[in-house]
Write a protein that binds this ligand. Sequence first.
Ligand code: DGY
Length: 322
Amino acid sequence: MTSKPRILVTRTLMEANENRLRAEFDATLNPDDHIMSADEIVAASHGMDALLICVTEPLIATTIERLPDTVKAIMTLSVGMEHIDLDAAKSRGIAVLSTPDAVNDPTVEVAMLLMLGAARRATEGAALMRKHAWTEWTPRLLLGTDVTNGTLGIFGMGRIGRTLAQRARGFDMTIRYHNRTRLSFEEEAGASYYTSIESLLPASPFLAITAPSTPETRGFLNAERIALLPDGAIVVNIARGELVDDDALIDALKSGKVAAAGLDVFNGEPTNVNPAYLELPNVFITPHIGSAARNARAAMGDMLMDGLNLLLAGEPVPNRVV
Ligand code: DGY
C-alpha cells in the first residue's frame, strides 16, 4: 500500500475540510489555530509533501529556501498570492495552488453589502438604533446615495470584478472598468473599457477595487487619484488594504470628497487598522470576510485537495499558479 500524502495544515479549517484531510491524507492539523512562525513552519515541514496555508502565513523567499525537498506543493486557502514569494517557489520547483473561482460569489456578496451599506448609510442607521436615539421618521432622515441606476467603475476586471459587474447589473448599474488588458466583447457584457485608471476615476461615482495586490497596484488610491473621483464618490475595497493610501482616503471621507466607503480589507489588519476608519460614521466596515461563507469556504479547501491529488498524479492542475 502506498502511503498517504503528508500535509501540514497551518490553521484550523472547516470541519468538512478537516474530515477529508484526515481521511484522504496524512494531515498534521493545527487544532489550537495559533499563528505558526516561519521557523515553526519550516520545522514542521520535514517529511511533508505539501503545506496548506492561509494569508496569515507569509512565505517569503528565505522561508521557502529553507523548506525540505519533500515539499512539492504550497496550497493557499485564498485567491490572493501576495503572501507567497512565487519566484522562490518556482525556483525550488514547488507548485503553488490557490482557490480561484471558489471565492467569487461570496466576495462579491460582501462587495454588494459594502456598496449598499456605504451608499445607504448603514453604519449611521445602525448606530442611531443601537443608541436608542431614533425618535421619529422624517422625510430627510439618513438620505443616502441611490445605487440603482448608478455608475460603477471597477478597478481590476478579473473573476471577482466580472462577477461584481454581473451582480451590479441586477441594480441596473452602468459598468465601467480598467484592467491591464481589455476583456473580450463577450466578457465585457456591455461594460465600457477605460485605458487608464486616471480616465476611469472621473467616470466612477461608485468605485470598486477588485485588483490583486502587486507592486504596480499598491497605494494606487492616493490623494492625487482621489482628487480625480467625482465629488461625493463611494469607494468599496474588497481586494487588499495595501491598494489604498489610508491617510488620503480618510481625509477625503472627512471632507466629503468621498461620501462614504465600504471596506473589508485594511492596511495593518487585523490589529493595526487605522483607528479613523472605526470612528468615521461614513465608513461601513467588515473584518476581511469576503470569502467567509460556509459553502464557499468548504469549496476552497476541496479545490486545494483536488488540486494536490491531480499534481501528485502528474495531471494538469487547473488551480496551479506556478
Ligand atoms: C482571498 O481569497 O485572497 C481572501 O482574501 C481570503 O484570504
